[in-house]
Design a protein around this ligand. Structure first.
Ligand code: PEP
Length: 242
C-alpha cells in the first residue's frame, strides 16, 4: 500500500488536481493500492471526487479523537471520519507524539475509537536518533507495540518510521530496514493478531529510493510525506514497484 500523508498541506485545487493526475497516471489496479490521507477538512470533497470520477483510491484521516471525550471542542471521532469517506486512520505519528505529547494511554483510546467505528489503522512507531545510537531501537519499538495487544483491532498496518528519517532527506539503510521490519513482524505475529496487514516503511522516501526499499523482504508498503504532495512524484513511487 502507498500511503500519501499530506500532513498540514493542501487546498481544494491541489486536491482535485492530485486526484485527477493520479487517476490519469495509474490504472485501477495500482490505484487500489493507494491511500490518500489529506487534512480532515478535505476528506469529504476527496470522497465526492473519487466517487464522481470513479477512482479506486482509498481515503484515510491523519488523526482521530477518542469517543470518550464527547465535550471536546474541535474533536473529531471515528464515526465522523467514517461518514466523510475515511476507511483508515493514522495513529501514533511521531509528529503528534512529539508536538502534542500523545502518550500510550491516549493512543490506546484512539485505537479503541478506530476499532469501535470500523476504521482500519496505520499505527506508527519509530526510534529517535539517540535511541538508534544507543542501540535501543528494538527495545523502544517493542515498547511502542505493547498497546496493540490491549485492543481488538480490525485490519491494521504498522508503519515503521525512524524519527530521524522523517523529513530529513535521509532514509534508513537497506539492511537496517530489513532487520527492523523482521523484528516488528515477529513481535506483532507473536500476539496472534488476525487483522495484521504487515509493516510499511516511512521516512524521506522518494522516487529515487522507493524501488530499493520496496524490494526489501518484509516491506509491505510506504508511508510518504513530502514526496506525496506532487502527484507525479507520488505516481513515480508507485510505478517503481515491479
Ligand atoms: C511521514 O509523513 O510520516 C513521512 C515519512 O514524511 P517524509 O516522507 O516527508 O519523511
Amino acid at each position: 500500500m502507498f500511503i500519501a500523508n499530506w500532513k498540514m498541506n493542501g487546498s481544494q485545487s491541489m486536491l482535485s488536481d492530485w486526484l485527477e493526475g493520479v487517476g490519469k497516471t495509474l490504472d485501477k489496479s495500482l490505484q487500489k493500492r493507494c491511500l490518500l490521507c489529506p487534512p480532515v477538512c478535505f476528506l469529504s470533497e476527496a470522497s465526492n471526487i473519487i466517487s464522481k470520477t470513479n477512482l479506486n483510491i482509498s481515503l484515510g484521516a491523519q488523526n482521530i479523537d477518542p469517543n470518550s471525550f464527547s465535550s471536546l471542542t474541535g474533536g473529531i471521532d471515528g464515526a465522523m471520519l467514517k461518514s466523510v469517506g475515511s476507511e483508515f486512520v493514522i495513529i501514533g505519528h511521531s509528529e503528534r507524539r512529539e508536538n502534542f505529547k500523545e502518550r500510550d494511554s491516549l493512543l490506546l483510546e484512539k485505537l479503541k475509537s478506530a476499532s469501535k467505528n470500523g476504521l482500519k489503522v496505520i499505527f506508527c512507531i519509530g526510534e529517535s536518533l539517540e535511541d538508534k545510537e544507543e542501540n535501543k531501537t528494538s527495545k523502544v519499538l517493542k515498547q511502542q507495540l505493547q498497546i496493540i495487544k490491549k485492543v481488538e483491532l480490525n485490519e491494521f498496518m504498522i508503519a515503521y518510521e525512524p524519527i530521524w528519517a522523517i523529513g530529513s532527506g535521509e532514509t534508513a539503510n537497506i539492511d537496517y530496514i530489513e532487520k527492523v521490519h523482521k523484528r516488528i513482524i515477529d513481535e506483532v505475529s507473536s500476539y496472534q493478531k488476525e487483522g495484521f496487514m504487515g509493516v510499511s516503511y516511512g521516512g524521506s522516501v522518494d522516487s529515487t529510493s522507493s524501488e530499493d526499499i520496496l524490494s526489501i523482504k518484509g516491506v509491505k508498503g510506504l508511508l510518504i510525506g513530502g514526496a506525496s504532495l506532487q502527484y507525479q512524484e507520488f505516481c513515480n513511487i508507485v510505478l517503481s514497484n515491479h
